[in-house]
Design a protein around this ligand. Structure first.
Ligand code: SF4
Length: 179
């Protein structure tokens, strides 16, 4: 492919572990930057999103800002990939789904152990929490799902190579085996 592929990434309700896995590609990143231009991504700290070939989303959808960012990625990216367990299923953040949100907030900010100044934060700049954490496909259409917590650098490399070369994505058993 002569023209560089434009890639954007975002972390919604995630731990940045999936982004760390991107960095784990080590020297292959040098090959990547020859073939890819990065748009909005925490890897470059670019904050605005333009039209992209590929969007990689880490994390579930836990608040109103996550919804906004995700919808913008869907509008701007030709191909959107759910990267990692949190984006694919809600993952660890979704463990709060079995508890009413009011109880979650109470435990975290009012009656939990070790709190110095109890009180639920209410700064208007804070994004409103959703009552449940959602996998991203419950909010927008998703083209591919890359499982793992996090997916390995090899699996992410395979995904990027398939997109760069316009081929089908084939993941080996080793890339999908987690025990
Ligand atoms: Fe972190 Fe795992 Fe979620 Fe990725 S899938 S954001 S590594 S918890």
């Amino acid at each position: 492919m002569g023209q560089k592929v434009r890639v954007a990434t975002a972390s919604l309700a995630g731990c940045f572990g999936c982004h760390m896995s991107v960095l784990d590609m080590d020297e292959r990143i040098l090959d990547l930057v020859e073939r890819v231009d990065f748009d909005r991504t925490p890897l470059t700290d670019i904050k605005t999103l333009g039209p992209c070939d590929l969007g990689l989303i880490e994390g579930g959808v836990a608040n109103a800002e996550n919804v906004e960012v995700l919808r913008e990625f869907r509008r701007q990216c030709k191909v959107l990939v759910a990267v990692g367990a949190c984006a694919v299923t809600g993952g660890i953040p979704a463990m709060r789904n079995s508890v009413p949100l009011a109880e979650v907030l109470d435990e975290a900010f009012v009656h939990g152990m070790g709190l110095v100044n109890p009180g639920i934060p209410d700064d208007p700049e804070l994004p409103l929490l959703l009552s449940q954490v959602h996998p991203i496909h419950e909010v927008v259409r998703v083209d591919y799902f890359l499982p793992g917590c996090p997916p390995s650098a090899d699996a992410i490399w395979s995904l990027l190579t398939a997109v760069l070369e316009g081929g089908a994505l084939h993941l080996t058993w080793a890339q999908l085996r987690y025990d």
